[in-house]
Design a protein around this ligand. Structure first.
Ligand code: ATP
Length: 675
């Protein structure tokens, strides 16, 4: 995606700013997202260090930065790295030799004798100048080609490092607002690492060129070197100041950028497309996209004005320093302390050295700016490692006999919002003191009104979360001590929001078990089991049909058809414990009956089924029903037991549902036809 590779400060709907954004109108953010999306700059750890960094401190940190870039490049492609390093050294050496040779040419040309004699004397030095220039040009071209090869590989390696860790973190981390902020800012790290390669090459190249020019200048006259350095100080200051302002702004506006992109992408996606048209949401979202983009543009303008002012001051100071250098040269000539030929070489060396130093400062500065994004990525990797699902643990029984919840209390991670006093709003527990049993080979139903905690219980069974208090025990062993990878392999899940993979129909089933080679027979058997075979039969390319409308040949299927595929996926996974959360919400009445019948057969075959449903009549065949209310377990028992509990939660919910059908009798004639 283009935007992912663009510096955040260049994105349209999201740009940076230090201090309160003047003219920023948080109306769109307030209305759509519930509040302003600007961060204060206190949420990252490294930014303060960056903002306080002096030129000198930056110079001291330079070797570490170059080292970490080289380490990444070595992992990506050692050969290209060697080519780039050698080419840059060669280029610098060519420049140094060229400069010395120019001195030789000037000395020969300005010496006494006829023109022909002087030119003849200059020929060897001219040949050296030409050769040195050719070598430099060839080396520069080799460096460009090597850098071009290295850059995408470095980006890939950095992206892999980050993704590998992110997919292994606990679900709670992914849902944690702070971790998400870090994800937001770190996503530019890989592209920044790629850009760092170019800047690093530039730094090494200009360092070598500068060393060459500085060496020549020092030999010509010692006073020239400090003057050369003085010329570059204002530019260094300007570059550092501007990049700090840009980065501070980026940190502050990162979430605003994400929200702006969300609006523009929503307008292009197929899912919301019907609603956007029928409900006329398009112009509404466009207005807010415009408003948020304008806020960003105002910030861009502020940054541009500030950068222009800083550059103007820097140019004036550089001009003064350059004038001082030339005055010094004239003074040396006038005092007879320097020959005309040497002065000529000094002018050339000053220009070359000045250019190299300016490039060096600019590249170092760019390197630092990119390093901040890479540091975000490194920090994300560290934090992801800390919050990773632990490896290893006790073995999980192949056929666990009992999963038991003992006084389980669980709170979802906080959303990161703060009250005016600055403290985090505590989340209400989603489960409070819940104790229940899930015996093997049985159908265990979880029922209750919306938000009562059913899905949360299922996710704790699946090992996706750890309880805050109490324990989930597998045959008496705390799930926290078990090998989580093994635990996951015992579970198949069809969640309410199971993912609709934008892949082929076959892959939508086979993705249920990716640790084994794809087994077409098993895929087909799972499809027959869930009724998805009838869906596949109607698809234009059968199992190979791409189930994503946005792509060429992509096909869209209905919600109920997706649900059959989801159930087939869980079946294909072939795990001991099946968790089905509202498996039939989108199915027609006949398909629903079939699915419940199959679920019953699974339990007969020894599989444990945790069934969450609002269709209370469907839990008639469950071996045990747990009834939840406001995160607490209210009742447990069989269907008959719960119905015969006067004033019970289950009984009252069931009566409500049954009443809806009893009020609508089937007309006599229709009933006969149905029969
Ligand atoms: N990922 C989450 N982050 C924060 N809170 C959550 C999350 N998921 C659920 N909750 C909250 O936890 C409580 C229990 O939710 P849960 O999804 O377990 O209920 P449920 O009984 O399955 O509801 P439903 O019948 O609507 O599916 C609710 O108050 C809900 O807002």
């Amino acid at each position: 995606m283009k935007q992912e590779n663009t510096k955040p400060s260049e994105q349209s709907a999201g740009v940076p700013a230090e201090g309160a954004a003047p003219g920023s109108r948080p109306d769109s953010e307030q209305l759509l997202f519930g509040g302003p999306l600007l961060y204060d700059n206190g949420w990252t750890r490294h930014d303060a260090a960056y903002f306080e960094m002096s030129l000198w401190a930056m110079a001291l940190r330079l070797p570490r930065l170059v080292r970490s870039t080289v380490r990444l490049a070595r992992q990506a492609d050692r050969r290209s790295l060697a080519v780039v390093g050698a080419a840059e050294l060669l280029r610098g050496a060519g420049q140094a030799v060229g400069l010395v040779a120019v001195n030789g040419v000037l000395t020969a040309v300005l010496a006494s004798g006829t023109i022909a004699q002087r030119l003849l004397a200059a020929v060897p030095a001219m040949v050296v100048v030409t050769l040195a220039g050719t070598v430099s040009a060839l080396a520069a071209s080799a460096s460009t080609s090597g850098t071009g090869r290295l850059e995408p590989k470095v980006e890939r390696v950095a992206t892999e490092q980050y993704l590998e860790r992110v997919v292994r973190v606990e679900l709670a981390a992914i849902e944690d607002a702070d971790f998400h902020r870090l994800l937001d800012s770190a996503q530019y790290g890989a592209a920044a690492a790629r850009r760092m390669i170019g800047y690093c090459t530039g730094v090494i190249g200009s360092l070598v060129s500068f060393a060459a020019a500085a060496g020549v200048l020092t030999v010509l006259h010692p006073v020239l070197l400090p003057l050369l350095v003085l010329m570059t100080v204002p530019r260094s200051w300007a570059a550092l100041r501007n990049s700090r302002t840009r980065y501070a702004s980026y940190l502050r506006w990162v979430q605003h950028s994400r929200a702006g992109r969300l609006l523009s992408q929503t307008l292009m996606r197929t899912g919301p497309a019907p609603e956007i048209r029928v409900h006329g949401v398009g112009p509404f979202l466009m207005d807010h996209f415009r408003s948020m983009s304008q806020d960003s543009e105002a910030e861009q303008s502020r940054l541009a004005d500030s950068a222009a002012r800083v550059r103007l001051v820097a140019s004036a100071l550089t001009g003064a320093a350059t004038a001082l250098t030339y005055l010094a040269l004239i003074g040396l000539l006038a005092a007879g302390a320097m020959d005309l030929s040497v002065a000529g070489t000094a002018v050339l060396a000053t220009r070359t050295g000045g250019q190299s130093l300016s490039t060096l400062v600019l590249q170092v500065n760019n390197l630092y700016e990119e390093a901040c994004y890479v540091q975000d990525l490194e920090r994300l990797c560290r934090e992801a490692a800390e919050r990773a699902i632990p490896d290893g643990g006790l073995p999980v029984p192949e056929r666990p006999a009992l999963i038991r919840f003992e006084n389980v209390t669980f709170r979802y991670p906080a959303d990161g919002s703060e009250d005016p006093a600055g403290s985090r709003s505590p989340e209400r527990p989603a489960l409070r003191n819940v104790s229940l049993d899930i015996p093997a080979g049985r159908i265990v139903a979880l029922v209750g009104v919306n938000g009562s905690g059913k899905t949360t219980v299922a996710k704790l069974v699946a090992g996706l979360y750890r309880p805050d208090a109490g324990s989930v025990l597998w045959d008496g062993v705390d799930a926290g001590a078990l090998d989580r990878a093994q635990l996951f392999s015992r579970i198949a899940m069809v969640g309410q929001d199971f993912h609709r993979w934008p892949f082929t129909c076959r892959m939508n089933v086979a993705i249920g078990r990716t640790d084994r080679p794809l087994d077409q027979r098993a895929v087909e058997e799972a499809a027959v089991h869930s009724g998805a075979d009838k869906v596949v039969a109607e698809l234009p390319k059968g199992w190979d049909t791409l189930l994503s409308k946005g792509y060429k040949g992509g096909h869209q299927i209905s919600g109920g058809q997706w649900q059959r595929l989801g159930i087939a996926r869980a079946r294909y996974r072939d795990a001991r414990i099946l968790i089905v959360d509202e498996p039939t919400s989108a199915l027609d009445a006949r398909a629903e009956l079939e699915v419940f019948e199959q679920i019953r057969r699974l339990a007969d075959g020894g599989q444990t089924v945790v069934l969450i449903t609002h269709r209370l009549a469907s839990v008639r065949h469950a071996d045990v029903i747990h009834v939840l209310e406001q995160g607490e377990l209210r009742e447990s028992g069989t269907f008959e037991e719960l119905l015969s509990t006067p004033g019970g939660v289950f009984r009252s919910l069931y009566e409500l549902q049954r009443g809806q059908f009893q009020d609508v009798p089937v007309p006599e004639r229709q009933r006969r036809r149905t029969a």
